[in-house]
Design a protein around this ligand. Structure first.
Ligand code: FMN
Length: 302
């Protein structure tokens, strides 16, 4: 069997399939369940300085090819979540803490609390499309992104990744800002800003009106983003968006991702997807003569 082990800085994963932020990852128990189901690493729900309720229902619409969600970053705040994380340390696989804040000071505080609680890495959420004052509102200005990444990267010793939004004209400019700011990896993509309207009720379905589209429908956008980023950056890229099968993961690896995350598919098909994806990927690599994931990338990027 081909060894799929992969590293991002000091984060060592037995395989490249990670759980994406926001899906079945709110408790320590849920995170461990994903590790036991075969995830090479898990990313937590995005955590802020203070507890936050998120948006009222309805906050999720299920479509044939994905979800539109506007959860609005519900979370218990960094102190309570740090306590929760400590209950599963040492964890059987790396835990990457997704963090959000409105400014440098907030990001540094949450990142430090998560590192202290045992997180093996930090993923800065610069991309949530439905939280006023956070996420995408900060993550589309390269100068701001660079400054926030610099602040976090210089204050924690674990690897710092930044999760990018596809809701921008040039994702590579944001990726470069992460690299210039000392970020260890970029994660692409978060959800696409979206809306559903109920014709019968004559109003947007989500209480927040706007949400973010995820699932198979967004995969070609994510693959394109990873491909573009690979041509511009030297730091590793984590691919995410619409991965349900080993074939989808292979697309991202060929586009240039060092590893990938699975979100909506865990909700739609259950945690078994991790082993299905990694097993299928190994079988594909063996039957097509690929010795490692970098060979797959080289086959597409000339
Ligand atoms: C219900 C739901 C909640 C999410 N919450 C977060 C979050 O808290 N932080 C974040 O960075 N991304 C969040 N995401 C985005 C996912 O991590 C991922 O980037 C996106 O859904 C695309 O991947 P997928 O098609 O595999 O779901 C959420 C997605 C969904 C569907």
């Amino acid at each position: 069997m081909i060894d799929l082990a992969v590293e991002i800085g000091t984060i060592r994963m037995s395989n490249p399939a990670m759980l994406a932020s926001g899906v079945m990852d709110e408790t320590g128990e849920a995170l461990v369940r994903m590790m036991e189901a075969g995830a090479g690493a898990v990313v937590t729900k995005s955590i802020g300085v203070a507890a936050h309720d998120g948006h009222p229902n309805p906050c999720l619409v299920e479509l044939p090819h994905g979800y539109v969600n506007a959860m609005g970053l519900p979370n218990p705040g960094m102190d309570r979540f740090a306590e929760e994380l400590r209950t599963i340390m040492p964890a059987p696989a790396p835990v990457i803490a997704s963090v959000y804040a409105a400014d440098e000071e907030g990001f540094v505080a949450v990142a430090a609390a998560m590192e202290d609680a045992g997180a093996a890495g930090v993923e800065m959420n610069l991309s949530c499309p439905h939280a006023a004052g956070f996420g995408m509102e900060l993550g589309t200005d390269p100068a701001r992104v660079r400054s926030m990444v610099e602040a976090v990267a210089s204050s924690v010793s674990v690897p710092v990744m930044a999760k990018l939004t596809p809701n921008t004209a040039d994702i590579t400019a944001i990726g470069r800002a992460v690299e210039d700011g000392g970020g260890d990896a970029v994660v692409a993509i978060n959800t696409l800003r979206a809306m559903c309207i109920s014709p019968e009720f004559a109003r947007p379905v989500l209480s927040n009106r706007y949400g973010g589209l995820s699932g198979p429908a967004v995969r070609p956008v994510g693959v394109r983003a990873v491909y573009d980023l690979r041509r511009e950056l030297s730091i590793p890229i984590v691919g995410v968006g619409g991965i349900e099968t080993w074939r989808d993961a292979a697309e991202y690896i060929m586009a240039g991702a060092s590893c990938f995350q699975v979100g909506s598919a865990v909700g739609r098909r259950g945690p078994e997807v991790f082993r299905e994806i990694t097993g299928g990927l190994q079988a594909f690599m063996e039957s097509h003569g690929y010795a490692g994931m970098k060979d797959m990338e080289a086959a597409v990027h000339d």
